[in-house]
Design a protein around this ligand. Structure first.
Ligand SMILES: Nc1ncnc2c1ncn2[C@@H]1O[C@H](COP(=O)(O)OP(=O)(O)O)[C@@H](O)[C@H]1O
Ligand code: SF4
Ligand SMILES: [Mg+2]
Length: 384
């Protein structure tokens, strides 16, 4: 693997021979992993685990998710650890390409296979009374959990809804799947109720409409009703309002917040928008280049942003009633995930370097019980 990385250094030209060698090696790695994943009737004991804290719904623990591509190994998620507590909203924030979606797709086991693979780490999912390690779960077992215990709302609802089927049929299908003993009439009644719950006034009318007849905001409401139809413990919302305009965005966020409390579930909210985080989240996880660089409560992150990257994100956020010549933007760009440096990933863009930054990747420093940062600037301030 490290050989691949070396060859692909700097994204330089790869000879056809090299590329063939890498694909052959990738095939060997991914075939073995796929074989394991597709096994049938795997004993539960193999993926049974224990939560570190029973109050968490999910615990990511040193997760590594890679894509084995012909140009080298993309380390999309490279040692991510954080937890989502029961009944809380955790905001995951970072620039585009820093591994937010791949983290959530790992939890759902919806990675683009066979090249996308969880290579190490644990994802402990609390099912009430027992816990599973999703990273070890075979496909067969995962299918029983997906959409049932954990469900996901994507950015673009038009691509998630099937354009040739009516809304009612699409929601019915999911509800029927989770309630196999219900009659058609019961399923339809429940669908209409769900559509009402997400604030669709004319729910009987919308039941027989096609996706293209609805606005973007209405389609997102339908997607939310599908995601919530089986009272999931955890809702993953990946940029749920990015494609919507500002007023509709506010309505959808309100809706999500209200529904979360109503069905007592938790939300993992992925966004690049700090404004959305400030409004919705209890805890914040800041990701950069496949790693968590800072995490804490929403107050800690907003009043004491500590990692230079978080400070940069804060400075590049527009503030109402404050006139600025030009919005700050962090100089430089995210490093190539095929060829990560062996020092702090942010160093080439950092304006606050200290001497130690020349060394290895910085350790995790605890600033409080809930606030952690990976940066050398805080090495002497631990526990303060
Ligand atoms: N199917 C894939 N094949 C190869 N690389 C991928 C694939 N999906 C995502 N990546 C890479 O993984 C990294 C993280 O992507 P992603 O999680 O989608 O970022 P984010 O959601 O934070 O914008 C990016 O460098 C991206 O190019
Ligand atoms: S460890 Fe150094 S280079 Fe990295 S973010 Fe902190 S100050 Fe900047
Ligand atoms: Mg994404």
């Amino acid at each position: 693997m490290s050989e691949n990385t070396k060859k692909a250094k700097g994204g330089n030209y790869l000879s056809a021979k090299e590329s063939r060698r890498i694909s052959k090696q990738n095939r060997k790695i991914t075939t073995a992993m796929e074989k394991k994943y597709r096994r049938k009737r795997v004993p539960e004991a193999e993926y049974l685990t224990k939560m570190r804290d029973e109050k968490n719904v999910v615990e990511f623990d040193n997760l590594h998710t890679y894509f084995f591509t012909d140009t080298g190994t993309v380390k999309a998620v490279d040692g991510v650890s954080f937890a989502v507590p029961q009944g809380k909203t955790v905001g995951v924030v970072g620039e585009s390409g820093c591994g937010k979606s791949v983290t959530s797709l790992s939890l759902m086991q919806l990675l683009q296979r066979p090249q996308g693979q969880i290579v190490s780490g644990e994802i402990r999912l609390n099912l009430g009374g027992k816990a599973y390690d999703v990273a070890k779960m075979p496909m067969e077992a995962m299918e029983k959990i997906r959409g049932n215990q954990v469900s996901m709302i994507f950015q673009e609802p038009m691509t998630s809804l099937n354009p040739v089927f009516r809304i009612g049929a699409q929601v019915d299908e999911v509800i029927a799947l989770h309630n196999p003993t219900w009659t058609k009439k019961q399923v339809k009644e429940h669908t209409i109720e769900m559509l009402k719950l997400v604030g669709i006034a004319n729910s009987e009318g919308v039941y027989s409409m096609y996706p293209h007849e609805l606005s973007g905001g209405m389609r997102q409401r339908v997607m939310i009703s599908i995601a919530l139809s089986c009272n999931p413990r955890l809702i993953i919302a990946d940029e749920p309002t990015t494609a919507l305009d500002v007023t509709i965005q506010a309505q959808i966020l309100d809706l999500l917040r209200g529904l979360k409390d109503k069905i007592n579930s938790s939300i993992m909210l992925i966004t690049h928008d700090l404004g959305v985080i400030a409004e919705m989240a209890d805890y914040v996880v800041v990701m950069y280049a496949g790693r968590v660089v800072e995490k804490g409560t929403v107050e800690e992150i907003f009043t004491h942003p500590s990692h230079p990257y978080t400070i940069g994100l804060m400075a590049s956020k527009p503030v109402i009633n404050k006139r600025v010549e030009r919005l700050y933007s962090i100089p430089g760009k995210v490093p190539n995930p095929i060829d990560m440096p062996d020092y702090c990933y942010f160093r080439d863009r950092c304006e606050m370097c200290v001497e130690k930054c020349a060394g290895a990747y910085p350790p995790v420093i605890r600033l409080s019980d809930t606030h952690e940062v990976s940066c050398y600037r805080y090495e002497d301030k631990e526990g303060k």
